[in-house]
Design a protein around this ligand. Structure first.
Ligand SMILES: *Cc1c(COP(=O)(O)O)cnc(C)c1O
Length: 472
């Protein structure tokens, strides 16, 4: 939008309004017809080359730039809005959250602190999250990019509990803090220990039982061994929904061990936390309400548009003590500078956007029961998928299906054949499963997270895989 004026606002708002309405119509068309589009398309080289130009010194016409978006960006998105996207653990998003992003953009609130609506809405969302997992009303927390950061914040709080202010001032001073989690723990937990300065080796990975849950006897032995060796056990991480197979550790037992060993108990419930909203699955997460901290994502099973992670900390004083740094230019005061504690004293970010709005609008619009129903449906689809695999002479399950993730093999396929099959399915634009390794063998992995996925999508996936095996 070339202009000799220095404001970025248009001279003629009505042109912008018309294009804005057009964009809204186009995006609603996009979402309402998503199932008819390819799941994923590789960005062609000539399109990719389009994004290697020098910084534009002068502007161009917004209509042309929007055309560029429509032709060169929109068709090459990840694909996770599509009902046949089964890869990794990706949420499908929802139209209310999309609209809320527009509203949040208009307010352009900085939710690092100060006394304004953005902070009140975020506190409301944190209170709802605590209620969802059964933690007490005074639980504190903060919204973050995702569970990677939420796990990091929890690790820092656990470290503060172990070392106190001295640890913040002077670091580890040669002490070896050790944390415990199963071998199926998400990689970001090791990453969090690394970022916290404890080293990747601070994570003791404990073997799992036949249900892919952390072995409790092995955990107790490891803690005792480490104490014997002069290390300082400080943290147990239970996973509620492992990425590989969707296993849920025995959180009640972990809470009890943490209590008797005087360790911080953290639950990584990145997607699993939403199962607390399912009356039938809730019991499987029993013990999560006893955690010192919980990490989870609104952008996975809660279908909020990316990004939206959340950490909950039982003891608000520890969260504040872990992050607060009194600073002259950020001193809470009266009026707009009121309303402490601020999110910037509860996590690593100072400036931060208004993530809470899309969460608040989505949960307010649909109600929590709708998300319990989505979780139940996803798990029912996973059971259906597992049944189709069991019934097929060409396929076999690679692991149990405790939740919404199904890992399976094509009988007699090598890892190379499995990898090629998955890549071919993705490249066809029909389906996007991913892979993982189960017992040293590459498995096809389907995580059912999207609220748009139906039984017919599951049947189509198996029919297509069987057709492709037949054709070989
Ligand atoms: C997705 C996931 C994470 C990481 O969360 P991000 O939002 O991707 O940062 C951590 N743990 C588990 C169990 C997950 O599923």
């Amino acid at each position: 939008m070339p202009t000799s004026r220095t404001t970025l606002d248009p001279e003629n708002w009505s042109d912008l309004r018309a294009l804005g309405h057009q964009m809204m119509d186009d995006m609603i068309d996009h979402l309402s017809t998503i199932a008819t589009q390819p799941v994923w398309q590789k960005m062609p080289d000539d399109v990719r080359a389009h994004f290697t130009t020098p910084l534009p010194a002068s502007g161009a016409n917004l209509l042309e730039i929007y055309d560029d978006f429509s032709k060169n960006i929109k068709p090459y998105a990840t694909g996770n809005t599509h009902p046949r996207f089964f890869g990794w653990v990706h949420g499908g998003g929802n139209p209310i959250s999309m609209l809320a992003e527009l509203l949040a953009g208009a307010l352009n609130a900085n939710c690092g602190g100060r006394d304004h609506a953005g902070i009140a809405v975020e506190r409301q969302v944190i209170a709802w999250a605590a209620e969802m997992v059964g933690m007490p009303p005074e639980t504190s927390g903060v919204l973050l990019t995702g569970s990677s950061m939420a796990n990091f914040v929890a690790v820092l709080c656990a470290k503060y509990r172990a070392l106190g202010q001295n640890g913040r001032e002077n670091g580890l001073q040669g002490q070896h803090l050790t944390a415990y989690a199963s071998t199926f723990v998400h990689r970001c937990v090791g990453g969090a220990l690394d970022m916290a300065g404890l080293g990747l080796s601070a994570l003791r990975k404990i073997p799992v039982d036949s249900d892919y849950r952390i072995s409790l006897p092995a955990l107790k032995t490891a803690i005792a061994e480490d104490r014997e060796a002069g290390k300082i056990p400080f943290l147990i991480v239970g996973t509620a929904g492992t990425v590989d197979v969707g296993a849920i550790d025995d959180l009640t037992a972990l809470a009890t061990i943490a209590q008797s060993e005087n360790l911080w108990f953290h639950a990584d419930a990145a997607f699993g936390a939403l199962a607390c909203l399912s009356p039938t699955l809730k019991a499987r997460l029993a013990g999560i309400e006893r955690a010192d901290s919980v990490a989870f994502d609104f952008h996975k099973w809660a279908q909020i548009t990316y990004d939206a992670g959340c950490v909950l900390i039982r003891d608000p004083a520890i969260q504040l003590a872990t992050f607060s740094q009194p600073t002259n230019y950020l001193a809470p005061a009266a009026a707009l500078a009121g309303g402490a504690p601020w999110p910037c004293d509860l996590g690593p970010d100072l400036s931060r956007g208004f993530r809470a709005l899309k969460i608040w609008m989505t949960l307010s619009t649909y109600g929590s029961a709708a998300f319990g129903a989505i979780v139940d449906k996803s798990c029912a689809l996973a059971i259906h998928l597992a049944a189709r695999i069991t019934a097929s002479p060409k396929l076999e399950l690679a692991a149990p299906t405790p939740l919404n993730i199904v890992c399976f093999h094509v009988r007699n396929f090598s890892d190379e054949q499995t990898a090629a099959l998955v890549a071919n399915l993705q490249e066809s634009g029909q389906f996007a499963p991913s892979t993982t390794v189960i017992k040293n063998r590459l498995a096809i992995r389907a995580a059912i997270v999207n609220h748009r996925t139906e039984f017919s999508d599951i049947d189509a996936l198996i029919d297509e895989i069987e057709r492709r095996i037949q054709e070989r």
